[in-house]
Design a protein. Structure first.
Length: 574
């Protein structure tokens, strides 16, 4: 395989820790593959002494194919002999191997069962318990009425006295709160109209609203003061179920609203916490989020009773085994003296804990500018800290072989606004300069604009921020064309197309989100733009990254790169 000068330097690294600082389209997987072949073919390292860690199963398969092709091209091998091939695994699969081979030392009575979707089932059951309890509990339908105007407010609660105090001290209903302030608390009465089972609460609440609305019209009065409180019962049941203290004005408390959201994202909350474990085993009682803590205790108890492990346990238990059993750690170090890790920027603290126990000859490849998995526990600071270690040999492969010089220059202008980051000399191999199209669109104009951009015969991908947007775009395109492939930016990572259309801030969801970390959101935008080979179109509304991406700072380095592109274009034309 053809390698440039910097790639060759990295590939020829032999012993000691090393980091390869890469850029998009620079051949990260090529370098990992070439180094493995180099160790085997030039340094006579037995293939079975090499362990390569890839980010996912697809990356494993791609690396296996490349290495096998390289080995076969130099010398036919017998694929039935495992010692003739290097070990290429995801980190989770490798951790699973350690646990399965040493399950008794890990504290399991027999080989553990692997749990995959069980957490989703348990979450569903928890939600069902809350809803079931809500359906049978006694609920008060109450009325707050102004003796002065006759206007009234209807609501539901399991605790009328508490709810009455909440309303009269600081009602969560804006109109009712204003009425109480202007008319005075003493002019309002609080009355329980009836007690009903929870399953009847919404229907009976609606009945009383209709009753008082009709009465108001008969007496020529305004409509009742009212806001729908159909979720009030669930909120109160939610607090009881997770043993969360019920505070006044709970339904307008932003912290409580976040608790409800966190229940929807509870799987990621727990798994993200497990990816931060750097010592011992996971202790669910250490979770600060009360909802996640109560759920995690129950989940971990059920898993232990079933003699099972989930994906994150594979890494945590494996690392714990190697730390607590030095003889076992020596066994694996002797078995795999050469360890290579791809996509190093996306590893979590728990991942690095296991990786760092394996070999002193750690060869890591990554790009901290493409670290976009913090929501899964990934932490690009691990790569930055590893790079700064004195004994780590540093290599840089930052020439982009995928995109035109125009795309690379604009993407560079965007990502260099991030700090801290590892500085890189990003530049393009392809000197062609072709304008990038940036078009402001609205929900009304995006369809026509998108369809116009899909008319070319180029291989094209439409990228969106979330699955929700992907689904929306696919729904729109299905009515007119089937020529595009539509995906999210995260799923597009590691892939490339001749033409990329990035759709943002047009289909309701904001980019970046108000609660997102701005550095990572900018990296997501950067990853999207660098998927394009020759044509890039950015469609959407207002986004802070568009002007950053659009304007290229004219530094001294920029002019030197332009001279290089000009010279290479002249040579290409000849």
């Amino acid at each position: 395989m053809q390698l440039d000068t910097n790639q060759k330097k990295a590939v020829n690294h032999t012993i000691g820790p090393a980091i390869v600082i890469a850029g998009p389209g620079s051949g990260k997987t090529t370098v990992v593959t070439a180094r493995i072949l180099n160790l085997i073919q030039r340094h006579n390292i037995p293939p079975s002494h090499i362990l390569a860690i890839a980010f996912n199963r697809k990356a494993v398969e791609e690396m296996e194919t490349r290495i096998l092709r390289g080995l076969v091209s130099s010398k036919p091998i017998d694929q039935t002999e495992p010692d003739k091939k290097p070990e290429i695994r995801t980190l989770h699969a490798f951790g699973k191997d350690i646990i399965v081979e040493n399950y008794k030392r890990a504290g399991f009575r027999e080989r553990p069962e692997i749990w995959t979707g069980q957490i989703d089932q348990i979450i569903s059951e928890e939600r069902g318990h809350i809803e079931q309890k809500a359906s049978i509990t006694s609920v008060a339908i109450y009325k707050i009425e102004s003796q002065k105007t006759g206007r009234c407010y209807i609501g539901q609660t399991t605790n009328p006295e508490r709810r009455r105090k909440e309303h009269f001290s600081h009602s969560s209903n804006d109109r009712l709160r204003q009425a109480i302030r202007s008319e005075g608390e003493t002019t309002f009465t609080f009355e329980v109209l009836e007690w009903v089972p929870g399953r009847e609460a919404n229907r009976r609440e609606a009945h009383w609203i209709a009753f008082y609305r009709e009465r108001a019209s008969v007496f020529n009065r305004a409509d009742p003061l009212r806001v729908t409180y159909s979720n009030q019962l669930i909120l109160e049941m939610f607090c009881q179920h997770f043993d969360i203290p019920y505070t006044e004005h709970l339904d307008r408390d932003p912290d409580f609203e976040n608790l409800r959201e966190r229940f929807n994202d509870i799987k990621e909350t727990v798994m993200r916490a497990k990816r931060q474990v750097t010592t011992g085993l996971f202790d669910p009682t250490n979770l600060e989020d009360r909802v996640a803590q109560v759920f995690a205790v129950k989940y971990e108890t059920l898993k232990t009773e079933a003699n099972a492990v989930d994906f994150e346990d594979m890494i945590i238990h494996a690392a714990n085994l190697l730390e607590n059993h030095p003889d076992l750690r020596r066994t694996y170090r002797d078995k795999y003296p050469y360890v290579l890790v791809d996509e190093f920027q996306d590893i979590s603290p728990a991942d690095f804990r296991l990786i760092s126990l394996l070999s002193e000859n750690l060869f890591a490849v990554g790009d901290d500018d493409q670290a976009i998995y913090s929501f899964r526990g990934g932490d690009s600071r691990i790569m930055q800290d590893f790079t700064n270690q004195r004994d780590v040999k540093k290599y840089e492969i930052t020439r982009n072989y995928r995109s035109t010089s125009t795309i690379v220059e604009h993407a560079r202008a965007l990502i260099e606004r991030n700090t801290p980051r590892i500085r890189k000399n990003l530049r393009a191999y392809n000197p062609i300069q072709k304008n990038i199209k940036i078009v402001e669109t609205t929900s009304e104009t995006v369809v026509a604009t998108l369809l116009g951009e899909l008319e070319s015969s180029q291989e094209t991908a439409v990228l969106a921020r979330t699955n929700y947007e992907t689904e929306r775009i696919q729904e729109i395109l299905a009515k007119y064309t089937t020529s595009a492939e539509v995906t999210t930016i995260h799923k597009a990572k590691g892939r490339e197309w001749e033409k990329v259309i990035l759709v943002h801030n047009t289909l309701e969801r904001r980019f970046p989100r108000r609660d997102s970390e701005i550095l990572e959101a900018r990296r997501v935008f950067y990853v999207a733009t660098t998927r394009a080979k020759s044509a890039l179109v950015v469609l959407g509304g207002r986004c802070p990254f568009v002007p950053e991406f659009e304007k290229i700072p004219k530094t001294v380095g920029y002019y030197f790169r332009q001279i290089g592109y000009w010279w290479r274009r002249k040579r290409w034309k000849k």
